[in-house]
Design a protein around this ligand. Structure first.
Ligand code: GLC
Length: 551
């Protein structure tokens, strides 16, 4: 039973093959390079890789403009190379999920090229057309400030086509039976090559009505159909949704009976987590945790700090968002699309080790499965001279050598960061691997411990109230085991008191150090938390199998 639900206790690492390692010296990352780095990822403790689009693409949106769903972009290698990579990952016990970009294709996809040429094309209805420019053409843009419209006139088709995203990403008509059939075929193809599932791009748009006079109805049944197909083909495969929706809508994505998507990125918690880090006011975070508490038993949230996109703060109130901007992205060039911050984690947190540890400790202990963005494990920075979200998508920094050891080529697909603070000479895997105090080694140890805390993945949780403001205390319980985690969001030391009855035992064993706590005569634990400090305790004993009497 537990092994079937592997994703509940996974460590997900998200990456773009293009930016990871270049083995053939053409300046672009490839599968051969990534394959060589799988041991690094296994050593870090990663159990699941999410690969961003590596398919043939004009690459105007980081590969999210796919021109062939059944292939590997030649600059990344071949399908044969992909299979070799999959084989090696499997040997190391690393699962792979891939991006399924089904809401839209590239305008260079043969389907769209055919569709625009003639109304009689079999692919015409695979896209969404209008004869006249629809009145709502300047509404609903996903990239405000950069994207001007959602309907663009195609001179060849002599009609307007709908695109929720950039204009080179025409929306697929996902209500068309043939399009749906094709989506399943694409899933079947990659499943057959061994992937453990899909990160589904832009799910609310995928299932929405599209076109002139489109209603607001979402077709959740489509998610059920995809899930059914997925599990017929591979029983332990999962769907992980990118769906930045309100908490009360998430159950529709999971399905009340857990019969739709197994996993969703937890956007509600993500935004409030950054608000809490910015202000030490944890109340909105606590609310978001409660709001996302309810989910079917087999469903799971995925927590993350940063991803390859901007940190989207769109669901905070205006004053809240302004506070996060002020703390983490004060200048206009750090902000994006009127709603977010485009920087990487380390620069947002001022490269402050205590704050970074706090943030990662939260990532690993909030309810759900943690996801890391490549490079964050060594504290990579960003390059704000690059446009939009590209600033946080620079090549991985492996060593102090030229191009940070990313490539032997003359030029690289994007410049490797070379500034004095975050540049590859200072921030790289090679140096950090040999430094016992490095962020990388800290991360590896935390990941190891996190994997041994299935209470977080499987268990139930509640928040233990404390009068100490800015301190979040959570208790997890699973299978008669109990874990207590504390985080201090403030810049002053705190010493919350915990009652024995609240934590379940006289002995709290520190999982990250040797500062265990014994309840005093009044049955209280007093836990010292330095500024931005964090502690993970297991009640009763360090090994889960020795403390059956807890609770
Ligand atoms: C998703 C991706 C983003 C991309 C967009 C369009 O939101 O995360 O990077 O630009 O979809 O496909």
């Amino acid at each position: 039973m537990i092994d079937d639900l592997w994703y509940k206790n996974a460590i997900i690492y998200c990456m773009d093959v293009e930016k990871y390692v270049d083995a053939n010296g053409d300046g672009v990352g490839d599968f051969e390079g990534l394959t060589r780095k799988l041991d690094y990822l296994a050593g870090l403790g990663v159990t699941c890789l999410w690969l961003q689009p590596f398919y043939p693409s004009p690459n105007k949106d980081n590969g999210y403009d796919v021109s062939d769903y059944y292939g590997v972009h030649p600059k990344h290698g071949t399908l044969g190379g992909f299979v070799e990579f999959m084989n090696h990952a499997e040997q190391l016990g690393i699962r792979v999920i891939v991006d399924l970009v089904a809401n839209h294709s590239s305008d260079q996809h043969p389907w769209f090229k055919s569709a625009r040429r003639s109304p009689d094309s079999p692919y015409r209805d695979w896209y969404v057309w209008a004869k006249k420019r629809p009145p709502d053409h300047d509404e609903g843009m996903v990239f405000p400030g950069v994207q001007k419209t959602t309907w663009t006139r195609d001179p060849v088709a002599r009609a307007y086509y709908f695109h929720r995203f950039y204009k080179f990403q025409p929306d697929l008509n996902t209500r068309h039976p043939k399009v749906r059939e094709e989506l399943l075929r694409i899933m079947g193809f990659w499943l057959q090559l061994g992937v453990s599932g899909f990160r589904m791009d832009a799910v609310p748009f995928l299932i929405s009505e599209k076109g002139v006079d489109a209603g607001r109805e979402l077709d959740y049944e489509m998610l059920h159909q995809m899930r059914d197909f997925l599990q017929w083909r591979r029983r332990d495969a999962i769907l992980l949704a990118e769906a930045n929706v309100l908490p009360n809508e998430s159950l529709k994505y999971f399905g009340e009976l857990g019969d739709r998507l197994q996993m969703m990125l937890n956007f509600p918690v993500n935004q409030r987590l950054f608000y809490a880090l910015a202000t030490a006011d944890i109340r909105p975070l606590v609310k978001a945790l409660h709001d996302t508490y309810k989910r079917p038993p087999a469903a799971q949230w995925v927590n993350f700090l940063r991803s390859h996109d901007e940190l989207d703060l769109g669901r905070l109130t205006d004053p809240q968002r302004q506070k996060v901007f002020a703390a983490f992205g004060p200048t206009k060039d750090m902000q994006l699309y009127d709603r977010g911050i485009r920087r990487r984690l380390a620069p947002m947190l001022g490269n402050d080790r205590a704050k970074m540890e706090l943030a990662f400790s939260l990532l690993f202990t909030l309810p759900g499965t943690p996801m890391l963005q490549y490079g964050d494990e060594i504290g990579m920075g960003d390059d704000l001279s690059l446009p939009e979200r590209e600033c946080a998508r620079t090549p991985m920094q492996w060593s102090p050598e030229r191009h940070g050891g990313f490539s032997n080529g003359r030029r690289t697909v994007r410049p490797v960061i070379a500034d004095p603070v975050y540049g590859y000479r200072r921030v790289n895997v090679e140096l950090q691997r040999r430094d016992p105090q490095s962020l990388l080694n800290w991360m590896e140890r935390k990941i190891r411990m996190r994997r041994e805390c299935p209470e977080i993945s499987w268990g139930d949780w509640r928040i233990i109230d404390t009068p100490e403001s800015g301190v979040l205390i959570m208790r997890y319980e699973w299978d008669a085991h109990s874990l207590v985690v504390l985080h201090n969001f403030t810049d002053v030391a705190r010493a919350p008191r915990l009652q024995r009855k609240d934590v379940g035992h006289d002995l709290l064993v520190d999982l990250l150090a040797t500062h265990d706590s014994r309840a005093d005569q009044r049955g209280q634990h007093v836990i010292e938390l330095p500024p931005f400090g964090y502690r993970w305790f297991r009640a009763g004993g360090i090994d889960r199998n020795v403390n059956r009497e807890v609770i």
